[in-house]
Write a protein that binds this ligand. Structure first.
Ligand code: SF4
Length: 343
């Protein structure tokens, strides 16, 4: 079982100590004997220890920066939500295909923001602007927020904040099973708790440093028992060899075996095929040179993208096969669930 994340090195921005969460985290890490360095700027953090990029990358992923979120303008987060709520950035996991490798390039360390009340105030303004329409906030656009929340509890606060709101909804996705502290949060049914799941083979070879499938499913069952609306993102759907259908079949059988009955009514599935861009491929090969991840352009179909950076997705027939196979598994095991999309 993957243990809850403990940073090897902590940086604290001086302004973070003006907030109660900043002070609490400093005391906690001091008590735990973790090395703490004060920093005045991001650039200092960029000069992380390590003799080469490979080492620096690994050290960064076990480094936590405790900081203050300056910009309170939220990014949009289509199609699953209106806005991304920024509680943290970066992740301790080592998924070979992680989108953060390209989006967070020069700063792969984990950064948590302690000015949570200010972030919630900004969220309230976004909700007011759209009222009486509902506003959905996604908390995992720039990190796997659950993976760090046992230290900060800022996600837990967000769950309770949106629980109290009239028009707000929260959602996030995780590959970690450390959910116990979130089970008693007063969510009032306004948070959709999603788990990213995959065939065992894919998790084993491409998602080091994250919770194993069995642990994620057990955590999902606990979350369902705590009456959260539940969802699964099957991503990336990856055609690893001739046995991929069998692997995904087993995934659905395991979900079916563990999930409590009442969780099945309000259950969503999001299905996302594996894709890569040329810049992502280069970054993946630099950070994980031994990866078995297949990224051959000539075996894929090119999909034009924004800013001229297209994606390599599976050819049409494979996409169709994947979509039909996984939709069948969803419908046969969870007839009441909704498939939000396949992309
Ligand atoms: Fe990236 Fe998610 Fe894996 Fe973390 S758990 S490395 S955010 S894909």
């Amino acid at each position: 079982m993957v243990k809850p994340f403990v940073p090897q090195l902590v940086y604290i921005e001086p302004r973070a100590l003006e907030y109660s969460l900043g002070k609490k985290l400093k005391e906690k890490f001091e008590k735990d004997g973790i090395e703490i360095r004060e920093t005045t700027s991001h650039n200092q953090v960029r000069n992380l220890p390590g003799e080469n990029d490979f080492q620096k990358y690994r050290i960064a992923k076990s480094t936590l920066v405790v900081g203050v979120r300056k910009t309170l303008k939220f990014d949009t987060s289509k199609p699953s939500a209106e806005y991304a709520i920024p509680l943290a950035t970066g992740c301790m996991g080592h998924c070979h295909y992680c989108y953060l490798q390209t989006t967070m390039g020069s700063k792969p360390y984990i950064r948590t923001y302690v000015n949570v009340e200010e972030i919630f105030d900004a969220a309230d303004q976004y909700m007011e602007e759209r009222a009486p329409e509902e506003t959905r906030f996604e908390a995992s656009c720039t990190s796997d927020i659950v993976g760090v929340d046992h230290l900060t509890h800022s996600l837990k606060q967000a769950i309770e904040h949106f629980g109290k709101s009239t028009y707000g909804k929260l959602r996030f996705v995780t590959k970690f099973s450390h959910v116990d502290h979130l089970l008693d949060a007063d969510h009032k049914g306004k948070t959709r708790f999603r788990f990213s799941v995959n065939a065992d083979y894919v998790i084993k070879y491409f998602e080091p440093g994250t919770s194993r499938l069995k642990d994620r499913i057990e955590a999902a069952a606990k979350v369902a028992e705590a009456d959260y609306p539940l969802g699964f993102i099957v991503a990336p759907i990856y055609l690893y060899d001739d046995t991929w259908k069998e692997g995904y079949k087993e995934l659905f059988e395991q979900l079916d075996a563990y999930l409590p009955h009442h969780a099945r009514k309000n259950l969503t599935f999001e299905l996302i095929q594996h894709r890569f861009t040329k810049p992502a491929k280069n970054t993946i090969l630099k950070n994980y040179p031994m990866t078995k991840l297949e990224m051959e352009e000539n075996k894929r179909q090119y999909r034009w993208g924004k800013y001229g950076i297209g994606k390599y997705v599976y050819p049409k027939e494979d996409q169709q096969d994947m979509k039909e196979t996984l939709s069948d598994y969803v419908h046969s095991h969870f007839p009441e669930a909704e498939i939000a999309y396949f992309t």
